[in-house]
Ligand binder design. Sequence first.
Ligand SMILES: [Zn+2]
Length: 310
Amino acid sequence: MVRALLIGAGGLGVPAAWSLAARGGVALSIWDPDRVETSNLHRQILYREADVGRPKALVAQERLQAQFPGLELEVQVDAFGPHAASQLANFDVVLDGTDHFEVKLELHDLCLDAGVPYVFGGVLGTEGQVLGVRPGQSACLRCLFDEAPPPGAAATCAEVGILGPIAGIVAAEQTRVALGLLADHPGGQLWSYDGIRDRARVIPIPRMSDCRGCGARRHLRGVLEAPPTFAEGEEADTLDLSGRSCPTTFIETNKRLQGLPPGARLWVQLTSDESARSVPRSCVAAGHKVLAQRVDGRHHFVLLQRAEGN
Ligand SMILES: [Zn+2]
């Protein structure tokens, strides 16, 4: 029997756990240190009002085991972290249902190092992203997003909020991608969902040879580097993404570029240095070109040229 590890029994982890349990043939392990809160109930469908204050992992275990008596399931009321990394070797796939980008990057890196397939899932407001990573073969999360934004730069779920059904849609896609990885699908495709337009797009992400996750710059994980070269005086429209952070900055930039004719140019204005460094890298991964960058006080401008094809 294949084994799946779910980190987080919240908006993503609960629907993913339910679908994997209902499908059968997958032994589950669920880790979550949190307790059920009233604000969770609209999207974390295993929990009821009477569960408020109880550990999510234990409630999830009760409900799943009552509904699927044959399910092989174990839970941990603990946060997964480097202290538990040696356990990753017991699993065939890891589904990431955590809700902070830094935590996701850490879990992703642990999975890369352990050689265990990993499924990123992110939801913010009405948008979601999923990326399946097959270590050593597909692009990894850092091929796309180099590093985490600094504390406070990225909007979190708690600040922006999550539309309940979007979490369910993203969790369903995460489950689909996880089952694909278990069936030897290659991974490395970013699925990006826009809940306002009800539109999903799939962007193939190539491996980057100098990646901090899976490439030559692995030793630079968590190290701040100087921003790259700057240039002045290039005329183009500006997309203002000040105050926003990855992955939203990449998704918005790519969306705007896709709406322009091939070869068109676009300046993107960003606030955070870390996020600013992620946008050019992510756009190159999506096939666009970085023509110039410049820094003006707290603003970082990137001049991009839309891919000629697609
Ligand atoms: Zn990589």
